[in-house]
Design a protein around this ligand. Structure first.
Ligand code: ZN
Ligand code: ZN
Length: 340
């Protein structure tokens, strides 16, 4: 089978590897659609993310869906079924796993996080309980995009987004745009989004943002105040990782409001006015990957409540992955897909 391997920064190579055999509790999945994530591009450019360093050839890709090609004997799947794969498989034994916070498991196997290989491959063997059946109305591309959609679902849950809430999302990448879909589904009635790339703001506008703020020329706090009678929004979801955006979250949110941080800043230490956090009694939440979101993601897609395909700019075949990554690096690209 063909796999795409990152040898060193800037070098993706397609090579032939032996097809894996599924364990008794695993499925062998013929991967058909894989999203290119910002983290994949980061590994491609820098060979590392924080403490995760690519030391030996790594298969990238963690947003995947495909068709079941073979089944382990203790699974209840059939060959030919279409599935989305949840890319993080926790240990199932630690305190976090037992509490149901399995996204916090320290012994997780996570696709495309060194040393674990990912899904830019024709076949992947994966535990059946981290594979989710897709109904006929959900495409394989949508199945693959359950992964970034899950990040949005978890963030919205962390922020307790509910009916009638106003939400500011900072960052118009795939996560910001999909978080926008989720907060709408959760009942948010005013959704604002900010970025520094006009093309991405246009995408957000065409997808129904109530207002978009280009923060290169607009003061974010002033813009939010103007749209909220000077109060600030109920919830801010920070999905850009930009330091000015992170700093502005506590000024854009109303007194008693909620801030959810997803975007990883280049320098993780960002000064925040803690007096303001206390005085305004803000709830500050980190949001790390997701847990128990895939069923919700599939249901939202099956019911047509969220749109994920509309964020895709292009798709390329696995053998053209180098070209695809160069395109994914462009500032105006929101989401690229690889097909096998
Ligand atoms: Zn991703
Ligand atoms: Zn665990």
């Amino acid at each position: 089978m063909q796999v795409a391997v990152l040898d060193e920064p800037g070098t993706l190579r397609v090579e032939e590897r032996k097809r894996p055999e599924p364990e008794p509790d695993e499925l062998l999945v013929n991967i058909r659609e894989i999203g290119i994530c910002g983290s994949d591009v980061h590994y491609y450019e820098h060979g590392k993310i924080g403490d995760y360093v690519v030391e030996s050839p790594l298969v990238l890709g963690h947003e995947s869906a495909g068709e079941v090609a073979a089944v382990g004997e203790s699974t209840d799947f059939e060959p030919g079924e279409r599935v989305a794969l949840e890319p993080g498989v926790p240990c199932r034994r630690c305190e976090h796993c037992k509490r149901g916070e399995y996204n916090l498991c320290p012994d997780v196997t996570f696709m495309a996080t060194p040393p674990d290989n990912g899904a830019f491959a024709e076949f992947v063997a994966w535990p059946a309980d981290f594979a989710y059946r897709l109904p006929d109305s959900v495409s394989l591309r949508e199945g693959a995009l359950c992964e970034p959609l899950s990040v949005g679902i978890h963030a919205a849950r962390r922020g307790n987004v509910g009916v009638g809430d106003s939400v500011l999302i900072t960052g118009c990448g795939p996560i910001g745009l999909l978080a926008m879909e989720v907060v709408r589904a959760a009942g948010a009635t005013e959704v604002f989004i900010s970025d520094v790339v006009p093309e991405k703001l246009q995408v957000a506008e065409s997808r129904g943002a109530d207002a978009t703020f280009d923060v290169r020329g607009t003061d974010l706090i002033d813009a939010v105040a103007e749209h909220t009678d000077g109060e600030g929004v109920d919830i801010v979801i920070e999905a850009s990782g930009s330091e000015p955006a992170i700093r502005s979250t506590i000024d854009a949110v109303r007194r008693g409001g909620t801030v959810v941080l997803i975007g990883l800043a280049q320098d993780a230490e960002v000064p925040l006015d803690t007096g303001k956090i206390i005085d305004n009694e803000l709830d500050m939440f980190g949001s790390f990957r997701y847990r128990n979101t895939y069923r919700a993601a599939v249901e939202l897609l099956a019911d047509g409540i969220v749109d994920v395909e509309g964020i895709v700019d292009f798709e390329r075949a696995l053998e053209d992955i180098g070209v695809a990554f160069e395109r994914a690096r462009e500032a105006t690209t929101v989401k690229g897909m690889i097909t096998t």
